[in-house]
Write a protein that binds this ligand. Structure first.
Ligand SMILES: N[C@@H](CCC(=O)N[C@@H](CS)C(=O)NCC(=O)O)C(=O)O
Length: 358
């Protein structure tokens, strides 16, 4: 049966040292404004399949909103919790992203992300991951690599950007003069933080975990030091490097600190990174991309090796708020960030921030 070999492996792969290995993306086409590829720039032509839980999908969704392209792409979200993708086949135990009545595949009518990959290529050798950019006209997957999707929507869709979205219309996530600096930041933020938290959570040997958590903590310290000096990761302009860091930070205190055993909290130990996270959360179009209850449900209920009973712990943000989750978190993310004074940023963390009101 198509796709069976890897389907049975389950989604987490570890190396000999018990370290988590993330699979390479296999669909790597480019949408081009100059018509040099089979995928031209067109409104209402491309659909992006996302999960609200997934940081890689969320960075694409956030970029679409930030760049004033919300009316250009259709967004189709999947259900939060991994389910059996072939429930009728007792020999196929694969679990992954599925659709539901509440979250249907309004384009192709499939019931799983796996089906979309297999429609494309029945023998495809890949994980069935989101995000996916899908071309409605040719019924083909364009790309399933979020780093490249970010670059193409930034560089190719200028002509379709919403010109009325004020300062947003001016954002360039990968400006020419900062490319080297952005690549340099991505080169440690990806392995140490974006993927580092997964390396902590999915390590199956103590040494692999020790190495991963030390990478995460070093990266938090490094980001904190940079953001104590300047507003954004590469200077005074918001870029892709900031967006890529943000999607991990916004999930970190609620999910990764506890579920992936990263332990330390940004809000308590990195005042500048915490202010930076709040600033980006408050940028136009970002809030709707942060669906923290979907994240919580996904991580707590999709990883039985980490949390076998699917129990959701009380939110970290309840420490200082009587609001239920996720409102308590959104309240914290919405507090004034003071980043316009970056470089002279406040030294107060999350608890201090609320101490006067409780
Ligand atoms: N390289 C991909 C990675 C995406 C990825 O790993 N997505 C995860 C969710 S956070 C996924 O869909 N996993 C499902 C699976 O492996 O079955 C990208 O950045 O686009």
């Amino acid at each position: 049966m198509p796709g069976d070999k890897k389907a049975k492996e389950g989604w987490v792969t570890t190396g000999e040292k018990g370290d988590f290995k993330r699979a390479e993306s296999v669909f790597r086409n480019w949408i081009k404004a100059d018509g040099s590829t089979e995928f031209p720039v067109e409104k209402d032509r491309y659909v992006v399949y996302i999960s609200y839980a997934c940081p890689w999908a969320s960075r694409v969704y956030a970029a679409i909103n930030l760049l004033g392209l919300r009316d250009v792409f259709e967004i189709i979200p999947v259900e939060d919790v991994f389910q059996r993708t072939r429930p009728d086949d007792p020999d196929d135990e694969h679990k992954g992203w599925v659709f539901s009545e509440r979250r249907p595949d309004t384009l192709l009518g499939t019931s799983t992300i796996r089906e979309i990959y297999e429609l494309q290529d029945p023998d495809v050798e890949t994980r069935y991951t989101v995000p996916i950019v899908f071309d409605k006209k040719q019924k083909r997957i364009v790309s399933n690599e979020s780093a490249e999707i970010l670059r193409m929507i930034n560089s190719e869709f200028g002509s379709l950007r919403d010109k009325d979205s004020g300062p947003l219309a001016e954002i360039d996530l990968y400006p020419e003069d900062l490319r080297e600096a952005i690549d340099e930041v991505n080169a440690w933020v990806y392995p140490q933080l974006n993927n580092g938290v997964y390396r902590c959570g999915f390590a199956v040997k103590q040494e692999a975990y020790d190495e991963a958590v030390s990478d995460v903590w070093d990266a938090l310290d490094k980001a904190e030091a940079i953001l104590a000096r300047q507003r954004y990761m590469t200077g005074d302009r918001f870029t892709e490097a900031d967006l890529r860091l943000f999607v991990t930070c916004i999930r970190y205190d609620e999910i990764y600190a506890e579920h992936f055993k990263c332990t330390r909290r940004i809000a308590d130990t990195c005042p500048n990174l915490w202010g930076f996270t709040r600033e980006i959360y408050q940028m136009p179009g970002i809030k709707e991309t942060v669906v923290l209850d979907a994240c919580s449900n996904h991580y707590r209920k999709s990883h039985p090796t980490i949390n076998p009973h699917g129990i959701i712990p009380i939110s970290y943000f309840r420490i200082k708020s009587s609001k239920p989750f996720p409102e308590c978190a959104y309240e914290a993310f919405s507090a004034p960030h003071g980043r316009d004074k970056a470089g002279r940023a406040s030294k107060s963390g999350f608890r201090a921030m609320f101490s006067s009101s409780h």
